[in-house]
Design a protein around this ligand. Structure first.
Ligand code: PGA
Length: 251
């Protein structure tokens, strides 16, 4: 069976609750027509999630977080657990984004713990992997991303792996306007899917300067199941156009 496309907005550290509410007003009715063909999720700062829960209540657009902690509760000042996200009605959570790995000490080991915690409460982890520019130049892309996938998903059963989404995001392409070549990204994603068992049904997204103009050429590739979108997701109309263009090309 063909995998259902997934388009995830990664708002990063943008939008206070009032702006999140305003976004949804402009987004959800038009997005509703697209939800028949794809899963759509807004991954927002924690303080926006309650607003998204309320504003998206009549909609099938989902909301998610950008990080979580693996323990369910306890003395972990400043943290939000996967279980708390589930209790709020979040359906997705980004894990292991390169910004968190680089700036906030995320490791392959913490990624694996978060993935397990999210699956245990029926959330879909969106696990980010990707190589640096130096690694790409040294021909180390395949080694880097397969080791990240293996570390993050290695302990999971095949049934659990099918419930995970992976975002292949070359670090040099994130926020730079320099997207990967779609054919090259497709080959890397095919390699990720083939290198670890149980990923035939898992959605694997491309991320890194995806926008309304290039989404079609990525989504036309057979291994690319949608996008994890940063800058181009911040404007509701722009994100809708991106999704529409992606779906048109994937059809
Ligand atoms: P970008 O970010 O679309 O702004 O490149 C993608 C991401 O970091 O997930």
């Amino acid at each position: 069976m063909k995998r259902r496309p997934l388009f995830a907005a990664n708002w990063k550290m943008h939008k206070a609750p009032a702006q999140a509410a305003d976004y949804v007003v402009q987004f959800w009715a038009a997005a509703e027509a697209l939800v028949t063909k794809a899963d759509i999720v807004l991954c927002a700062p924690f303080i926006d999630l309650e607003t998204l829960r309320v504003e998206l209540a009549p909609s099938r657009v989902r909301f998610g977080a950008q990080d979580c902690y693996w323990e369910a509760s306890g003395a972990f000042t400043g943290e939000i657990s996967a279980a708390m996200l589930a209790a709020l009605g979040a359906r997705y959570c980004i894990v292991g984004h390169s910004e968190r790995r680089r700036l906030f000490g995320e490791t392959d080991e913490t990624v694996a713990r978060k993935v397990a915690a999210l699956l245990a409460v029926e959330l879909t982890p969106i696990v980010c992997v990707g190589e640096s520019l130096e690694e790409k130049q040294q021909g180390l892309t395949a080694a880097r991303v397969t080791s990240q996938v293996q570390a993050g998903l290695g302990a999971l059963s095949d049934e659990q792996r099918a419930r995970v989404a992976i975002a292949y995001e070359p670090i040099w392409a994130i926020g730079t306007g320099l997207s990967d070549d779609p054919v090259t990204a497709n080959a890397t994603i095919a390699m990720i899917r083939g290198a670890s068992g149980g990923l035939a049904d898992a959605r694997i997204l491309y991320g890194g300067s995806m926008n309304a103009d290039n989404a079609g050429s990525f989504c036309a590739q057979p291994e690319i199941d949608g996008g994890l979108v940063g800058g181009a997701s911040l404007d509701p109309r722009g994100f809708l156009t991106l999704i529409m263009n992606g779906l048109k090309a994937a059809a």
